[in-house]
Design a protein around this ligand. Structure first.
Ligand code: ZN
Length: 524
């Protein structure tokens, strides 16, 4: 982005203030949240900051929440902002930009308080009514500028009659409804669900897992939890390590989508869940497998831009086709290995992702990397133009994951696979270097494991709109794909005015390597 020249001095001045501010950060941060009248859809937040050493304190509200690549600008929901000294004296304050409040603090302790409008039902927005409260922390908690590495505690006072508060944060021993976060990336990664939900727990691979359901209607809970357990074990076996001490599924009612976290996931879904083995039930498990697998692919294995985060603005990456698309691909593989999806289910699901990409007119205009980079502009902001000129990095990323997996299996005579790439990235970048990967590092790991250059996948398919040679890659696993154009749903910019079927099936005859890849890749 180019900045107009007259803005440069202001930018430099702001940078200078920012580093000065870093010296004034408080060392003890305590929140308390309450919701005395949830029918009004407001919650009350207090933030106590101790040991402010110098004059002046900037506090900030995040502009977005990780996993949801869209500037929601949570500051818009803040009302009744106040700041007081330890003796209760009102402090002067002023806003300095859309999400920053400057407080004329005099050192010592400052208590900030505000009310927060919480009446938007999505996984990225706060909600409170008389039934329950869902609080994604980035939507709720301000932080002192420059203090993202600081620890904090959160004391929750649920509405009268609510018995439960669920969150991925660790409880503070001996204190009811009080939790600790070692830094703000942890705090902002642990949503809260309050109310009187149904919950049950199970130890899986020696680690406690909680299943919290806002409503159990239509769900065979033991059967469902048993299938989740199979999915979890399958993912853990693939990656060879479990990075959390406890995990919580927060499953709410009607609403939109799911959001991944390091030791929890928050999901809105009003069903229908369907009977075991029905397509709708399998799609429901796919959805949860996707959010769960993200704890590996995006929370641990991640592009370098995605953590530690800048909560003020867009965090750009070209790599969501890996972080989201490969997570779609692994939904299918881990559920297949768990015995929940059969071979035909996997073929059908891959077909639907490839077809969604190939039959969308946007595939003629936007690459996978461009779709990732511009997600902040377009993905959550569709209009008639973006509807026909953009693609989903979920669909194309899944297709590219398939291509890469089969290519690695082919080149290594089925000794290695995409699983080895994921395990290597996890070990090298998450466990050892403790940082995200750069674009070129991801490619290098793939090429090292494949033992060959992967120019076609990285220089052509990921970064351009060139047509993909599916038959070549699918043949590595003894598979055929039906590219016959049909006549259903003609689309505006499709040159043929028709759609491809893209059904996948086994070849009649396979050679020895094709058979080996076919059998080890997806189970019957
Ligand atoms: Zn996802």
């Amino acid at each position: 982005m180019n900045l107009p020249r007259f803005l440069l001095p202001a930018v430099l001045l702001f940078t200078g203030l920012s580093s000065l501010q870093a010296q004034t950060q408080p060392t003890d941060i305590r929140y308390s949240i309450s919701m005395n009248n949830p029918a009004n859809h407001y919650i009350h937040v207090e933030m106590e900051c101790e040991n402010i050493r110098n004059n002046g304190l900037n506090v900030k509200m995040p502009a977005w929440t990780p996993g949801y690549y869209w500037l929601i600008n949570y500051a818009k929901n803040v009302v009744n902002f106040r700041a007081k000294t330890a003796t209760g004296k009102d402090l002067k304050w002023s806003k300095t930009n859309k999400n920053t409040w400057y407080i004329a603090a005099e050192g010592g302790k400052v208590t900030v308080s505000y009310d927060l409008y919480a009446f938007s039902q999505s996984v990225a927005d706060a909600w409170v009514d008389t039934g329950f409260a869902y609080l994604p922390p980035a939507a709720v908690f301000m932080h002192p500028d420059g203090a993202l590495q600081q620890a904090s505690t959160v004391k929750v006072t649920p509405y009268a009659g609510w018995k439960q508060c669920y969150t991925g944060l660790n409880p503070l021993p001996g204190k009811d409804f009080t939790y600790t976060a070692s830094n703000f990336d942890e705090l902002y990664d642990c949503p809260f669900l309050l109310g009187n939900q149904y919950s049950t727990a199970k130890t899986i691979n020696n680690i406690p897992h909680r299943l919290v359901l806002q409503d159990t209607a239509g769900i065979d809970v033991p059967g469902f939890f048993s299938d989740l357990e199979k999915m979890i074990k399958s993912a853990n076996t693939l990656m060879g390590h479990v990075p959390y001490k406890h995990y919580t599924f927060l499953i709410m009612g009607e609403g939109r989508g799911g959001l991944e976290h390091r030791n929890s996931t928050a999901v809105f879904s009003g069903g229908p869940y369907g009977k075991k083995d029905s397509d709708s039930y399998k799609r429901w498990l796919n959805f949860l497998a996707h959010e769960y697998f993200h704890l590996y692919n995006i929370k641990a294995i991640r592009p370098i831009a995605l953590g530690p985060f800048d909560y003020d603005k867009e965090n750009y990456t070209n790599m969501l086709w890996v972080s989201e698309g490969f997570t779609v691909y692994y939904e299918y593989l881990i559920l297949n290995r768990a015995g929940i999806l059969n071979r035909q289910d996997v073929y059908n699901m891959l077909r639907s992702d490839i077809a969604a990409y190939e039959n969308s007119p946007g595939h003629l205009f936007q690459s996978a990397t461009a779709s990732s980079f511009d997600t902040w502009l377009q993905f959550f902001n569709h209009n008639p133009n973006t509807a026909v000129t953009t693609i989903s990095y979920y669909n194309k990323g899944c297709a590219l994951g398939l291509l890469l997996d089969l290519k690695i299996r082919h080149e290594t005579r089925n000794k290695k696979s995409l699983d080895d790439v994921m395990r290597h990235l996890y070990k090298e970048f998450y466990q050892e270097k403790q940082r995200g990967f750069k674009d070129e590092e991801f490619r290098q790991v793939c090429e090292n494991i494949a033992g060959v250059k992967l120019d076609e996948i990285f220089d052509v398919y990921a970064t351009t709109t060139a047509p993909i040679d599916y038959p070549k890659y699918l043949a590595y696993a003894g598979l055929e794909i039906d590219l016959t154009p049909g006549k259903a749903f003609p689309v505006v910019f499709d040159k043929t005015g028709s759609q491809k079927n893209l059904a996948i099936k086994d070849m009649d005859k396979m050679n020895e390597l094709q058979t080996a890849i076919n059998k080890s890749w997806v189970k019957n």
